[in-house]
Design a protein. Structure first.
Length: 394
């Protein structure tokens, strides 16, 4: 199944009020040896640090037990037995939604106390025939969990949320009982009708932003939307560094020209080589959008042209710090990250010619040689953002 189409996984969040820490936690994991993807969203009761700790505990257990192929009842029992229970409301302090995408083509979804997961097929709401199960163990007797399983098709979408989404607008004239499940479906269908190929990232952003708008731009709760999209892969090429031998310049130019997808070139020397081989001109800009980095340039046939090692180093740092809801600017590094987030299969070509400037001991220590920085960036893209990354040296 996973070979037929790419699985894009994304999550966008907005914190309650002025809280610095989100009480919702999203985790995703790609198990390459099983060709399997797991995504979990947990909502801790309350806000801030306490809610985040409880949600982190729940999400981590959910991911680990799902990875071990435990059945739904066992997973729910273990999690609920571990979590403390509110003495007043007799409820677990955390909710969860687990999506397990198996290599054999089957998707299993398990929910406890989160808003109902929405599945879209042909850009319309799809009901996979949910099952409600009542738990029977002593501590959790009477609690309900929901589950379903189905085989995905290309262009299917799975959207799951914390109640900051469905309860947004609560008490307002337009949504006295909150935005709600039905209004959310109408909004998603309308969005997909106007933009059928919208990425998982952009769709999640739109839903979170709409919930924020429903709350008059002051979030009344932690607000999270996780989004999964089954589609054709979007490809991105990043070329950085000149080839070790000048005889390989022509091969680099040909590879860049023939690549089917978006293209980024990082480094002035690399850009000069590619411009020469493609027979195009580089147009420099004086638009400084990031005080740390030189401005971007433009070249026909290339989507983005930036400076090299400084920009990639900053990209790597931002990727490491990036969390759902992280606000990106419009600087060169931010623009690369936006393109990376919109892509699925990322091919990186690293030229191995040494740039004498980067061996200057007076330069900052963190300005490591190109290969080390790019490998670190690739690892973050694979492990944190579930991207398919390949590296080729030239």
């Amino acid at each position: 199944m996973n070979d037929d189409f790419y699985i894009e996984v994304a999550c966008e969040q907005r914190n309650y009020g002025n809280e610095r820490i989100c009480g919702d936690v999203f985790l995703s994991r790609k198990i390459r040896e099983e060709n399997r993807t797991i995504a979990v969203l947990s909502d801790g009761m309350g806000h801030g640090v306490k809610a985040n700790v409880l949600a982190t505990l729940t999400a981590t257990m959910s991911a680990n037990f799902t990875f071990e192929h435990k059945d739904h009842q066992t997973i729910a029992d273990i999690i609920m037995n571990t979590l403390p229970v509110c003495s007043e409301r007799h409820m677990s302090y955390s909710t969860f939604t687990i999506v397990d995408i198996e290599s054999n083509g089957l998707i299993r979804i398990l929910e406890y106390d989160n808003p109902r997961t929405i599945i879209m097929r042909n850009n319309k709401y799809f009901d996979p025939k949910w099952k409600n199960s009542v738990m029977e163990t002593d501590k959790n007797k009477g609690k309900e969990i929901r589950s379903c399983s189905f085989e995905p098709r290309k262009e299917d979408r799975i959207l799951f949320f914390s109640d900051g989404i469905t309860q947004s607008g609560l008490g307002t004239e337009k949504y006295p009982l909150g935005w709600g499940h039905e209004n959310l479906i109408i909004y998603i269908e309308k969005t997909l009708k106007s933009a059928p190929g919208i990425s998982a990232v952009k769709l999640a952003e739109k839903i979170v932003n709409m919930a924020y708008r429903n709350d008059s731009y002051h979030a009344k709760d932690d607000t999270s939307c996780a989004s999964i999209y089954f589609r054709e892969p979007r490809r991105l090429l990043i070329s950085t560094g000149p080839p070790y031998e000048k005889e390989k310049d022509e091969a680099l130019g040909k590879t860049v020209k023939e690549f089917k997808g978006k293209k980024i070139v990082c480094g002035a020397t690399t850009a000069d080589i590619i411009a020469r081989e493609l027979g195009v001109k580089i147009e420099d800009s004086l638009d400084f959008t990031d005080p740390d980095l030189p401005p971007v340039s433009s070249m026909s046939g290339i989507d983005l042209v930036t400076e090299g090692i400084l920009t990639i180093t900053k990209v790597t740092r931002i990727l490491k710090e990036h969390t759902p809801g992280f606000e990106l600017g419009n600087g060169p590094a931010d623009r690369i990250i936006k393109m990376v987030k919109e892509s699925d299969e990322i091919e990186i070509i690293i030229g191995t010619r040494i740039n004498i400037a980067h061996q200057d001991p007076s330069l900052p220590v963190e300005l490591e040689i190109r290969r080390t920085v790019v490998k670190r960036m690739a690892r973050l893209l694979e492990e944190k953002f579930l991207k398919e990354v390949s590296i080729r040296y030239i």
